[in-house]
Design a protein around this ligand. Structure first.
Ligand SMILES: [Zn+2]
Length: 228
């Protein structure tokens, strides 16, 4: 039987790619739904913080509750950030480790669907960007809410709880506890040093205004994420 070179090439290509296809399908059908979301997110330049930032802790508070008095995320909501922002987080975490601390992420990429729910609950432009003015930078994966913990994950006292919309949320701490002052100053300074912008109204919020490449508003629907 005479085979054309093209036919032979096609057969060879099929045999060579078969394990890849089979491997992909195995993961697809038997895999974690979070992995599926993470693969989709990569197309939008969003990466999983658990993979991109070694040693960071993740505690997505909106899985538990929110200012709307209800969870904004379901349990399978991954912690995603813009690729460029995640690189800065990695640097910050490495710097903080020298002082015995690690970052613990409270929120990162936030689907616009959740941002609207938050605005409807808070309705204070000091703390949440009004939808009439556009979206939060969280919706682009370049804003991160985080706190400090010890490198072993143990909690430390910070100026306020997450989303405590009061004067205690200020990044310029005036509460008088020297340990808290030292921690919040270390966090603010380290985040600025690696390229984040800090804001006066929330000590836990950081913007990456120098993220490089492919910054897009991504919805939960784009990534196949169900919302509560
Ligand atoms: Zn924030």
């Amino acid at each position: 039987m005479n085979r054309s070179p093209i036919f032979t090439a096609l057969i060879t290509l099929t045999v060579l790619t078969l394990p890849l296809v089979t491997g992909g399908q195995t993961r697809f059908f038997g895999g974690d739904p979070e992995d599926k979301i993470i693969r989709k997110a990569k197309r939008y330049n969003l990466v999983a913080v658990k993979d991109a930032v070694p040693g960071a802790y993740i505690d997505m508070r909106y899985k538990i509750t929110s200012a709307a008095n209800k969870p904004l995320y379901l349990k399978d909501m991954p912690c995603l950030a813009h690729r460029s922002t995640a690189e800065k987080l990695k640097k910050a975490n490495a710097v903080l480790a020298k002082s015995g601390y690690a970052i613990k992420i409270w929120d990162a990429w936030r689907p616009p669907e959740a941002h609207h729910a938050l605005w409807n609950a808070v309705k204070d432009p000091k703390y949440v960007v009004p939808p009439s003015k556009g979206l939060s930078w969280h919706c682009y994966g370049i804003s991160i809410d985080l706190t400090l913990v010890k490198t072993n994950g143990e909690a430390v006292t910070m100026p306020s709880r997450f989303d405590e919309f009061s004067d205690r949320a200020a990044s310029n701490y005036t509460g008088g506890d020297p340990e808290i002052a030292e921690r919040v100053n270390l966090l603010q300074q380290t985040m600025r040093d690696v390229g984040f912008r800090t804001i006066e109204s929330e000590w836990w919020h950081f913007d990456d205004m120098t993220a490089q490449g492919g910054i897009r508003n991504v919805t939960a629907a784009d990534l196949g994420i169900k919302m509560p």
